[in-house]
Design a protein around this ligand. Structure first.
Ligand code: C6P
Length: 413
């Protein structure tokens, strides 16, 4: 366990901030305070340099050419797959599939399961999910006749695990839950969710889109069947992500898209598919994005995910205390186990209005339902203002937010 003094020594936020060129810019004439990290994180120059280097020096298609540029690009891309494998502690590199992001990864699995499920089978989702981890499964249920069950949530924004126990049965084929809720920041007890699902022989997909900025998941220790994430929330570029799947499962599932690279042989009579990971990687991938994803993981690992989480924990505590000083402010999501996300509303004021005024002050927050409408329905609210902190944010920036919210309250009351 790292103690506070150690964090201060290991982690100099002012130095970290120098890696992020965007943090020096102004928005609406004010220094940018970027608190929309749960939507997408900012990109350090170490990752930007890798992107520039790719397009300047070795841009080429991969796995196809005998020429040197293609070889170089292929090697770097496969090196990135190796880095991802190590980061997630996958057993094999072919269990790491490059995708365009979390949404794409989930759709690969939901499409694959449409070949394996039958009418009356049951699948379990949680009340805390992003639409990306709801809608593909509803589409799967429509196609197969499988039944979607929902683990309910509590007022604190935690999953009702007793209710989950009751939903599990031999009919359950698949459970899909996020590791951390994007709207509330709740960290879900995924190890016990996975173990309980395995007791009834159900497979589990964990949506790690919001967890990976704060936690280094060990997929073997978790014994999870599928784990998915997006690079753009972990200091990488948009349009690239990962699907980790256990080899036995990935072999069982049919491919999602047909095209180049995912085949072994093609004739008009019959096509056979390539081995993993290529079976799920049809077409020219986001080559530069994949390589930059690897560089982003290098960057995060050089700081250390534990150091990051500890520092962000301090920001969360400080931000929560300061915001709660404002009369009429309610925080949604008060789980004890929580990432650095604060969703809140001011009494009688629409979150959109607060977000618009904060933007005028240079403060970027997200407002609305955060692609998690069932959570907003649970609280009977149209949405929230969401401030999500990253390791390059500071307490001084939180002070700016708090002052901004006070001003917005005055102007809108
Ligand atoms: N949440 C947010 O502001 P993509 O768009 O495929 O990279 O990630 C989708 C996704 C899936 N699951 C969770 C838990 C997520 O938080 C997200 C993306 C962003 O909260 C953008 S909607």
């Amino acid at each position: 366990m790292i103690i506070k003094e150690d964090i201060k020594q290991m982690f100099q936020v002012e130095n970290i901030r120098k890696d992020f060129p965007i943090l020096t810019r102004k928005v609406n004439g004010k220094p940018l305070v970027y608190f929309d990290n749960a939507a997408t994180s900012q990109t350090p120059k170490q990752v930007i340099d890798v992107i520039v280097d790719y397009y300047t020096n070795y841009n080429a298609n991969i796995h196809r050419g005998v020429h040197s540029l293609s070889q170089e690009a292929t090697d770097k891309y496969e090196e990135a797959r190796e880095k991802i494998k190590q980061h997630f502690n996958a057993k094999e590199s072919h269990e790491v599939i490059f995708t365009s992001g979390t949404t794409h990864s989930i759709n690969i699995i939901s499409n694959g399961f449409s070949a394996l499920l039958k009418e009356g089978d049951e699948v379990i989702v949680s009340a805390l999910e992003h639409h990306s981890n709801i809608v593909p499964w509803q589409m799967l249920c429509d196609k197969t006749g499988a039944i979607l069950k929902v683990i309910p949530m509590s007022q604190e924004g935690e999953l009702e695990i007793n209710e989950y126990d009751k939903l599990l049965s031999e009919k359950t084929k698949l459970v899909f839950v996020n590791h951390i809720s994007n709207a509330l920041g709740t960290i879900n007890p995924i190890k016990s969710i996975i173990d309980k699902a395995h007791n009834v022989k159900a497979a589990v997909l964990i949506d790690g889109a919001q967890a990976c900025p704060h936690i280094k998941p060990d997929v073997q220790e978790l014994d999870v069947d599928f784990y998915v994430a997006s690079a753009h929330k972990i200091c990488g570029p948009t349009g690239v992500g990962v699907l980790y799947g256990k080899e036995e499962w990935l072999n069982k599932l049919p491919p999602y898209q047909g095209g180049g690279e995912m085949i072994a042989t093609v004739s008009f009579e019959k096509t056979t598919y390539a081995d993993l990971p290529h079976k799920f990687e049809a077409g020219t991938p986001n080559i530069c994005g994949g390589i930059a994803f690897g560089a982003a993981l290098d960057y995060m690992n050089a700081i250390g995910l534990e150091t990051i989480a500890n520092y962000e924990g301090e920001l969360l505590q400080y931000g929560t205390e300061q915001l709660l000083e404002i009369e009429g402010l309610t925080i949604y999501g008060t789980s004890k186990n929580k990432a650095s996300v604060i969703s809140f509303n001011l009494d009688g004021i629409h979150p959109y209005d607060v977000g618009t005024l904060l933007d005028k002050m240079g403060i970027a927050v997200r407002t609305g339902h955060h692609c998690a409408q069932p959570i907003m329905d649970y609280y009977k609210i149209p949405g929230t203002v969401r401030a999500s902190f990253s390791f390059y944010n500071t307490k001084e920036e939180i002070d700016v937010l708090v002052e901004g919210v006070k001003k917005a309250k005055l102007m809108l009351s």
